[in-house]
Design a protein around this ligand. Sequence first.
Ligand code: NDP
Length: 246
Amino acid sequence: MTSRVALVTGGTGGIGTAIVKRLADMGHKVATNYRNEEKARAWQEKMKADGYDVFMAKGDVTSPQEAEAMVREVEAKLGPVEILVNNAGITRDGTFHKMKAEQWTDVINTNLNSCFNVTRPVIDGMRERKWGRVIQISSINGLKGQYGQANYAAAKAGMHGFTISLARENARNGVTVNTISPGYIATDMVMAVPEDVRAKIVADIPTGRLGTPEEIAYGVAFLADEQASWITGSNLDINGGHHMGW
Ligand code: NDP
């Protein structure tokens, strides 16, 4: 198989770590970003102990300048970014009638504007080299909406519009652009939801359980594969049947 350079934003998080490991297992050179030096070092050490050598570049994805500097640092160390996974994300839940402007802008900046900030510095190179994979990690709630998540659902739905437009613009340059919409995954983000609310969510999932980060990473591996060259502008639902259809 061809070894590629992959950049996974938010690689230190629950889903991100599984994506980083999976892409590394496929033989790719993998990089991620960090914001906090101490936290990053601890994560990197843990990854090393598990047998993974991951390059880390400092960068807050809400800043176009930091995102570009991060991409350039990765390129200088590993080579041009060929697989980009826009995975960094946050929630700042609250019903809309009580939502503060910062809750709105923080979530839009981190989940959606980050896609511009990180994809913009890599897209020219992908187009020139006639090969690229851009994968957005959206959410089931970007498709169906969710009580208390007008900000998050808007950002995640925006990622789909971004994806299908970029897919059209770059299809003839060998660059595929897709989203994955995970359902509820057993990560810190979901375990922070009160237990009774979580139990109701699980009861609503046809498979009767939360998903695992590895099940999302499997989807990334599939879309990043050399053979996935005719899959573009798609959304891959990985949600245990929690939301089906359109
Ligand atoms: P985590 O909270 O575990 O990880 C989030 C990651 O994003 C962390 O590495 C965090 O880094 C990084 N990050 C957050 N803000 C920024 C920023 N401004 N700049 C750079 N990095 C940042 O989340 P998950 O792993 O659970 O989620 C990953 C993605 O999957 C998200 O986009 C989320 O919306 C989506 N998703 C998750 C679901 C779930 O059930 N968990 C369901 C559906 C979608 P730091 O340590 O610096 O904060």
